[in-house]
Structures are given as structure tokens and as C-alpha cells.
Design a protein around this ligand. Structure first.
Ligand code: MN
Length: 363
């Protein structure tokens, strides 16, 4: 029997008597609420998880969320009005002085509201780092979900050349990709699909527009799906007709940079090493200085989790981390290339969870 998520969380939060996680309607969803409760469905309005130092947890929900809440972990307390919610807060936090909040998501208003309901004198602590550290190491069930999400988006990546023809717009291809990921079992986009053709591809986060694909254009797609709340993240760049010699060289430099970075991915590695290895290769080429973002980030229920694979990162990677590997080169007015996989860090090295042909593809 593995150690429960709440026990691991509190081991990462020394000195805190309790951590309160708040989940509310959009845009105040906090995925860590689902992480600790392991609920299989809804639960997003005025819901609270209170985890005490011993790992025991009360889950406070209104009647709307009761049935779902009972599918998950923790002692479920259903409140029917504000007075009852306050009573549960006071009881759950009895004897707790130092209370942690998820500083990555809780708003000032939520924290103040909870302190008022809890009553008494309390110290507020930053539980953001403890939550991030706990969620960074995925268990078998989480890895299975991410693997499935990656399989779905990889299928779309392999089909992509079939979606492309002269005259098709970025918007049309993005819509088709989104629909296809759903057909294949995806439960929603991991983020808004990026489809960028021709000169648009030099903007790393270009939103799909009405630009129509023409011969010689670059076509860059950055996309992912969710499965069982977990995300995949990948980028494939292809060309309609023969690209320019410059774009061919750019593609090869980015491909080599990704391999160099992934070579540095293993249990115990400095996260910065992967970025620096890729950056060194790009900066030794004619595209010096045009790798304008970091090499990777953590991936989980949120598409960006706080693992920073950047030149200045102080973090170390550990088996069970899931991170992206996504070098890119961007030349304004000309175009860009990015190649991205979702990668699992393992004891011996790493495993790519996404798969598609990485060599230059001319449609
Ligand atoms: Mn990414």
C-alpha cells in the first residue's frame, strides 16, 4: 500500500497544522482539490478540502456536489447554508494555528473569507511549494492517464499531414484536430490548440486565424488533450511543399537540440542541464539567440506545473516527473520551428510518452 497523497503532502509542509484547498467555479478551479480528493467527476462550486498534519482530510461541499464527493477520499461534510459551512470550518480547524493555502491559485478574497469563517487567531502559510512538490511526482494511476492522453494526441500528430492542403485555414485545421482528439477519447483540450502557418509560425503562441496554407509554408501545431483530467502536450512542425533551405536548416537544428536536451533528462539531473544543452546547440548555429523560451515545464492536471526547465532553474528532476521537451527557433516575418514531446523521467533516464515522426516532413 503506497503512502496516501495527503500524507505525502503534509510531509512536504513542515510546521503547517493544516492546508486548506479551495475549489470554486471558473476561473477559480484548483486542480489540487481533485488531486487530494481523487474524485472521479464534478465538484467545483464552493468546495473545500481541509488536510490536517496527520494527513486526515475533511471535504466540505454543498448538496449539489455531495454524490460526486462521496466517490472520493476524505471525510465528506455536506453543508446546507453558510452557518453550517462556518461550523464545519471551525470544527475542522480546531487546534490548528498555522494554515497553508495554495498560493498558486487561492485568491486574497478566498483566504480572507476562510480565515473569517474559521475564527480565532491564525497564521497564514504558503503551501504552494508543498503542493507543487507533492504533485510533481506522479503515481502509477496518474502516469496511466497521461500516457493515454499522449496516445490520443500522438494519433492526431501522425494524421496531421492528411489534414493539410493548399487553401486550408489555421482555424479549420485546429477545429479538426480538436474534434479528432475528442473522437479518440479525449475529455477536453489541454489548452487552446495552436495552428500557425507561414510567417505566423514565428509567434510561439499564435492563435489560429484565417491565414490559408500555401506551397512552401511552414505549419506548426502545438496541442494536447486531457484524459481523466490529465494533459498531454506536443508540437509538430511540417511543411507544405519544399521549404526554403533556411527553414530546412532551422528544422534540423531544433531536432538536434531536442535530442541533446532529452539526453540530459534523468532522475537526479539538474533541470537547467537539459535547457543549456539544447540552447548551446542552437546558439552555436546561425539561429543564435532565437530560442526565446525555456526548454520545458511540468505537466499534470494543469498544462503548466511548476517544474521549470530553464537556464536559471535550481530544480532537480526526479523519477515520476512529467515534463515537456520543446526547443524552438523563431525568425519574425519568416517563420518558426518547434518540436515538442511529453517526457516521463525514470530511474534510468526518461521515456517519451508522445510519438510522431521527428524527421523533416514535407506534405
Ligand atoms: Mn508545452
Amino acid at each position: 500500500m503506497s503512502v496516501s497523497r495527503t500524507v505525502r503532502l503534509m510531509a512536504n509542509a513542515p510546521g503547517m497544522d493544516a492546508i486548506v484547498i479551495t475549489n470554486d467555479g471558473e476561473p477559480f478551479l484548483d486542480s489540487s482539490f481533485w488531486y487530494v480528493t481523487e474524485q472521479n467527476s464534478g465538484c467545483f462550486e464552493d468546495s473545500f478540502a481541509i488536510i490536517r498534519a496527520d494527513g486526515s482530510m475533511d471535504v466540505l461541499v454543498n448538496i449539489l456536489e455531495e454524490e460526486t464527493a462521496r466517490t472520493g477520499k476524505g471525510n465528506v461534510l455536506v453543508y446546507h447554508d453558510r452557518a453550517e459551512l462556518e461550523k464545519y470550518f471551525r470544527e475542522s480547524l480546531k487546534g490548528c494555528h498555522k494554515i497553508g493555502f495554495n498560493t498558486h491559485s487561492a485568491t486574497y478574497g478566498q483566504v480572507q473569507g476562510i480565515l473569517k469563517m474559521a475564527g480565532g487567531v491564525r497564521d497564514v502559510a504558503d503551501a504552494g511549494k508543498a503542493i507543487a512538490a507533492t504533485e510533481a511526482v506522479k503515481d502509477a494511476r496518474e502516469i496511466a492517464a497521461i500516457r493515454r492522453a499522449c496516445t490520443i494526441s500522438s494519433t492526431v500528430a501522425k494524421e496531421l499531414p492528411d489534414y493539410l492542403a493548399e487553401g486550408v485555414s489555421e482555424r479549420e485545421v485546429a477545429a479538426r484536430m480538436d474534434a479528432r482528439m475528442r473522437e479518440l477519447g479525449g475529455t477536453g483540450n489541454a489548452f487552446d490548440t495552436i495552428a500557425a502557418f507561414g510567417p505566423d509560425s514565428s509567434q510561439p503562441h499564435c492563435m489560429p486565424g484565417d491565414y490559408k496554407l500555401k506551397q512552401g509554408d511552414t505549419a506548426l501545431f502545438d496541442f494536447g488533450t486531457k484524459y481523466d483530467r490529465y494533459c498531454s502536450d506536443m508540437t509538430r512542425t511540417v511543411f507544405l511543399g519544399q521549404p526554403s533551405e533556411q527553414m530546412k536548416r532551422m528544422y534540423e537544428v531544433v531536432r538536434q537540440a531536442q535530442l541533446a536536451g532529452i539526453d540530459e533528462y534523468h532522475d537526479g539531473a539538474d533541470a537547467a542541464s537539459a535547457d543549456l544543452a539544447a540552447r548551446k546547440l542552437i546558439d552555436a548555429s546561425e539561429f543564435k539567440g532565437r530560442f526565446i523560451h525555456s526548454f520545458g515545464h511540468g505537466i499534470g492536471m494543469d498544462i503548466h506545473q511548476p517544474i521549470y526547465v530553464s537556464p536559471r532553474s535550481q530544480q532537480k528532476l526526479a523519477a515520476g516527473n512529467v515534463v515537456s521537451a520543446e526547443p524552438g527557433v523563431y525568425l519574425p516575418g519568416i517563420g518558426g520551428v518547434r518540436i515538442e514531446d511529453t517526457v516521463l523521467i525514470t530511474k534510468d533516464g526518461c521515456e517519451r510518452l508522445t510519438s510522431f515522426p521527428h524527421e523533416l516532413t514535407v506534405v
